[in-house]
Write a protein that binds this ligand. Sequence first.
Ligand SMILES: Cc1cc2nc3c(=O)[nH]c(=O)nc-3n(C[C@H](O)[C@H](O)[C@H](O)COP(=O)(O)OP(=O)(O)OC[C@H]3O[C@@H](n4cnc5c(N)ncnc54)[C@H](O)[C@@H]3O)c2cc1C
Length: 381
Amino acid sequence: MWPFDRKSRRVRSSQAYWLLRNGIGDAAPRSRAASTCDIAIVGAGITGALVADSLVSTGARIVVLDSHEPGQGSTSASTALLQYEIDTHLTDLTRLVGAERALRAYRAGVDSFAVLEDRFADLLPMADYERRPSLYLASDEKAVAPLQVEAAARRAIGLHCEWLDGAEVTRRYGCHTPGAVLSSLGAQMDPLRFTRALLAGCLRHGVDVRSRARVESVDAAGNDLALRLADGSVLSARHVVICAGYESLRFLDRDVADIDNTFALITAPTDEFASLPLVWESARPYLYMRTTRDRRLIVGGGDVPCDTVAARELLLPKQTVKLAKSFEKLFGRPLPPVEYAWAGSFASTRDGLPYIGPVAGMHPRLQFALCYGGNGITYSV
Ligand SMILES: Cc1cc2nc3c(=O)[nH]c(=O)nc-3n(C[C@H](O)[C@H](O)[C@H](O)COP(=O)(O)OP(=O)(O)OC[C@H]3O[C@@H](n4cnc5c(N)ncnc54)[C@H](O)[C@@H]3O)c2cc1C
């Protein structure tokens, strides 16, 4: 089911917290740049910004195009829990794709933290980047045994995690659960600030970032690829990378993801949860939460399919109450007052893995960075 009507093309609702916090800023001036480039990147969210950054040192002429303003797609709606853990357990992924690929996927998640912290040491503080452990709760008694097996499988490939029984989870974190896997590696950030900082760096290195430049189609044209824009202009590029988030699917000739909606709320500042790890759970769809630098609590989940943006917005109050109740059940205490709530599109793939690279049967220099799933940002890195 398509979660946003094709006309309004809104992948998130208007109260997305990071956008409220950081503001929309000035609309970028209209670019009157060249009609050819070496690499065109479609989409200036966190994925497009990271891809542009990684290519800057090649000296290629890079153009980044976004149909709106950079970072204002799902990046500004993201709750930005950064986890090495994939929505698909290591044990299940091993069954689905084999031990070697499953291990590589989990290792890539782990390595993404070193990549982030080494490459962007100067940018991360301004994006409120903070290491936080990740607590994966058993949603019920039935989940205990599989999660213990999962913890052992992770430890067997060198990942640092431990099993905590219910009493220990309550003692440390105040929530009530039959048990949980605690991973020492995890982090949280302000994804919009990070994306804007990345793009500012790219601009300084000569990358041409164009706002309000909607790409309608990408076709082979001689040796190059022709990007046809909504204003009628054409950009010719040697390579194209599609980083258009959930809207990328329109550039593909096949279905690779299911799109649902996820809901999130943010509370007033509170001192009660200052040392809360990233929290998520084994139920699907799952509840997830984190804190912010300014002492707020973000709670997300309640994923459901919706036919239209209007239907999603209508559901927002109901899903917000549901999230608050889930929190209250877990912690046995009321949620601090909710200040904002928002919803956004959310894609998942069959095995929980992203699609990164060219696509069989399509142009070899047309590549995709479809970082779908609960840890989309880790995948983008
Ligand atoms: C509520 C919510 C909570 C989430 N929580 C987490 C989380 O805790 N951790 C996590 O890792 N991930 C999370 N995600 C997912 C995460 O937000 C995404 O993985 C990430 O933001 C995707 O970034 P992106 O740059 O690929 O896409 P986007 O940020 O959507 O950027 C795509 C850009 O492409 C542009 N675009 C689209 N079509 C075109 C076109 N035709 N021409 C030109 N430009 C185009 C859009 O305007 C947009 O700016 C969450 C998502 C939501 C909605």
